[in-house]
Design a protein around this ligand. Sequence first.
Ligand code: GFB
Length: 310
Amino acid sequence: MADQTIYIAGHRGLAGSALLRCYAQRPGWRILTRTHAELELRDPVAVRAFFQQERPTHVILAAARVGGIKANASSQVEFLLDNLRIQNNVIEAAADFGVAKLLFLGSSCVYPKHAPQPLREDALLTSPLEPTNEGYALAKICGLKLCAYYRRQQGRNFISAMPTNLYGPHDNFDLEKSHVLPALLRKFHEAKVSRAPAVKLWGTGNPRREFLHVDDFAAACATLMERYESDQLINVGVGEDVTIRELAELIRGIVGYAGDIIWDTALPDGTPRKLLDVSRIHALGWQARIPLAAGIRSTYDWFLAHSAKP
Ligand code: GFB
């Protein structure tokens, strides 16, 4: 155990920083990280040189270009190209330099827009994708397929997990690029501070989403690194979802904002629902523990301590 080195790619992001916290508490692991300035994962030469020199035994690929519905829909070129480049470089180098196990992180948006709910792993590639994040989803599908092909063709122990919408500390709170949960925390907080009469949210509020705290997700990843060996992808979620309207009411209460909510229906709803079927990962003994309200409260505390500009 002592000579195992895990490379956490993307350790400054939402998922990567939680993985860093998780593995820092686990004995026997040497943790390897590189900032974006130190290692450009889109550069195949730099990635190969890094793997050749550092020789990680394990890899979790949490580095990706990510964003909410607006960023995804307006930058499909970058979401497709950057993610393909990052994952192709890291997965190929991991294979060529003898990595013992690699976990690739996908997303629940790999499933078709109108697949039956809850989304089972075998719904993959059964009908068209949601258009607002098609570029990102296609890149993630290529990544999970590449891992499966390496396993089948070369016997590599590469696996792929599909997380639902994640949230928690170190999330992106930029209103143009963020996902809904951090965006709403910031919008309600700023409206409370400025005593604004109303907050404008996007879409109808009717879509349903599932939210998993990123510390629960990191624990799931550690379970998969220990216990999951298959060319079949595996969902990581809570098993229950809420409407965006219910989420907004919950966050408004936690932040303590008394004003109104206006739904801007000119902005897109995205996929109507993406609740994951989590029976496969429950069978491995993992399940989500952090209740949504408690997770939002601690994320709001983190936001206040780190990014709030009153
Ligand atoms: O989290 P989100 O941006 O992405 O939006 P997706 C979820 C829902 O919240 C959509 C609504 O129905 C939005 O219209 N919403 C309401 C808002 N107000 C806001 C707001 O102020 N900001 C944001 N961002 N949304 C992403 C994908 O889809 O989910 C990615 O684009 C990825 O590919 C990620 O899979 C997990 O859940 O729709």
